[in-house]
Write a protein that binds this ligand. Structure first.
Ligand SMILES: C[S@@+](CC[C@H](N)C(=O)[O-])C[C@H]1O[C@@H](n2cnc3c(N)ncnc32)[C@H](O)[C@@H]1O
Length: 293
């Protein structure tokens, strides 16, 4: 039984980081004429009310998107953050002030000739997802396990795809499954752009995950991590989050390396905040990774 509901967390610091990188990658895909496929293995709902009871219960969006908006009024954001804020504003204007989930952010960028597949297992989030995208021929929604569903849609006919793998990690198996599913996806389609989100938590599976993912790189890979606070020994909760990007778009690393210090200032808890990034080239395994803190 799945209990995770993204409505409690929508617009938090993790969404800000993930969606900033997602917007950059989506816009990059449109730079070429060849059609592409967007795959969201863990879609969630199409959008979330930040004024509703779920958001109010945790206050996470207040410390995320709301805090970023206020910060950006006095401290102009770098281009990648500005593009993310524009996407969120535009969505809010069009859809009654809701915060967009990843499928809606992607759907706004897709062109007529592009396609998307959205997987979501939870019936409560799947129902509005299906309703919202049912009129769009270029989008397919599937109430199936996104880890195993991913294989079934790769490789894409056009040989261009952007894949977001964003599990809730509520089940311990998710840590192993995310590695296995990325591995088999790369075996089927090595040149796709893959974004994998991970939490920064004080548990061994979470600590080991980023390097297990980076070890799968066959070409270039980039990892971006934002910490908004430190955890006391044994404290539960999320100190921050990160993304591993396989085959990162041109200039993503530069763009996000200027984004991370900005987000640490905007969303971090003073000196507890921090960030780091890493680049590896899977074709040249003897070269040391380039790490920036
Ligand atoms: C972190 S949320 C997704 C947030 C969304 N990607 C976004 O950025 O707006 C994870 C979602 O995955 C769903 N889920 C959990 N296990 C799943 C699975 N094995 N396959 C597909 N969806 C799953 C949950 O119901 C939840 O809605």
């Amino acid at each position: 039984m799945l209990s995770y509901r993204h409505a409690f967390h929508a617009g938090n610091h993790a969404d800000v980081l993930k969606h900033t990188i997602l917007v950059f990658c989506l816009e990059y895909m449109n730079r070429k004429d060849t059609p592409w496929l967007y795959i969201d293995t863990h879609s969630g709902a199409p959008s979330y009310s930040l004024l509703g009871s779920y958001a109010a219960m945790t206050g996470e969006s207040e410390a995320g998107i709301a805090r970023l908006r206020a910060f950006a009024r006095d401290d102009p954001p770098p281009p990648a953050v500005a593009a993310y804020l524009r996407a969120v504003e535009a969505y809010g204007r069009a859809w009654g002030d809701e915060y967009p989930g990843s499928p809606s952010i992607a759907a706004e960028v897709l062109r007529e000739e592009d396609r998307a597949v959205f997987f979501e297992l939870h019936p409560t989030d799947y129902a509005p997802l299906e309703r919202r995208f049912e009129p769009f021929r270029r989008v397919r929604t599937r109430m199936e396990d996104g880890f195993s569903g991913l294989k079934s849609v790769l490789p894409p006919p056009s040989r261009r795809a952007l894949v977001l793998i964003d599990p809730p990690y509520e089940l311990k198996e998710d840590y192993g499954r995310v590695v296995d599913s990325l591995k088999s996806a790369l075996a089927r389609f090595a040149t796709g752009v893959y974004l994998v989100w991970y939490p920064v938590l004080d548990r061994s599976e979470a600590r080991d995950l980023p390097s297990a993912l980076m070890d799968l790189a066959q070409g270039e890979a980039y990892r971006a991590e934002l910490r908004v606070r430190t955890l006391e020994d044994g404290e539960r909760g999320m100190a921050g989050s990160g993304l591993v990007v396989m085959n990162p778009p041109w200039k993503l690393a530069e763009a996000i390396d200027e984004t991370l210090p900005y987000l640490a200032r905007a969303l971090g808890n003073g000196r507890e905040a921090g960030w780091n990034s890493e680049r590896v080239d899977g074709r040249n395994r003897n070269a040391p990774p380039r790490v920036q803190a």
